[in-house]
Design a protein around this ligand. Sequence first.
Ligand code: GDP
Length: 332
Amino acid sequence: MPESNAPVSPSLTQDLLAGKRRALARAITLIESTHPNHRAQAEALLTEVLPHTGRSIRLGISGVPGVGKSSFIETFGAQLIEEGHKIAVLAIDPSSRRTGGSILGDKTRMEELARNPDAFIRPSPTGGSLGGVARRTREAMLVCEAAGFDVVIVETVGVGQSETAVADMVDLFLLLLLPSGGDELQGIKKGVVEIADLVVVNKADGDMTEAAARAAAEYQSALRMLRPLSAAWQVPVLRCSALTGAGIAEVWQAVGRYQDALGEDGLARRRAEQARAWLWSEIDDTLLACFRRHPAVSEALPALERAVMAGEVTPGLAAERLLTAFGVETQR
Ligand code: GDP
């Protein structure tokens, strides 16, 4: 086990469990590090704090750039903190290359919330595959919970498959929409509306109030046509203004109704399924990385790839040869 050769400093665990922000920031830095020793320490830390995780509501928030995600989280977060909650905001942005990530890269984003002692905001880990970014975000979510944050928000910037990755790690996936009709007009990718547990039309204010009402009605009737994700829950379409705060309290009420509708058992089942899927994606990723790194595989790969592309060898046979080189007996 990695724990034995890479002990975590006991004070880090203690400080984390005591809710100290510096310890939380350090824990996440360990989680995000690709250094093997840090990786082992992160695993050991996660194992230690695992019994203290899970006591939060995990919310995913998505929507096209400009829909108002950061404004929404800022207003929503402030209201929740007023009610006594502690909010952690994590981001998934696999395209992010900027050091410091995307959330705080732009100083105007969630400025107020970032200053609040009951909020913890962490930009997306930079670089790497979506799988790698998603894993680090899941782990960051666990340490936020161990540090006593009872509302964890995972924001996605809506690039590639990141919405699905986020939906697969949260209790409730909230999709923010603009007050204009039609997925195509809004640049929403196919299938994203289908995975939402809650749909909210933002910017329902000023001269966009009526358009927002129309858009909400359109989405509500479109959603009725879809097979519900859960028999216990009909996805509602709400309206809000992150600017004025109107409708924000109703969004939180809907989160509560969702929790009631699924019940503790329903949410526990969802989390258990997510944990199982996470296990398999870890296995997939690790196996694939080992396979690509294997000397006999990497030696044979370029020629076999060329042969497959030239139509000289079937992909099936090439895969079989590579797997044999890797030391796996294929049974086909
Ligand atoms: P993000 O890219 O999804 O995070 O969107 P932002 O939160 O950065 O918001 C994009 C723009 O929309 C900014 O200029 C915001 O001030 C504006 N905005 C966000 N929410 C609202 C809202 O509820 N009403 C109005 N009128 N503007 C908003």
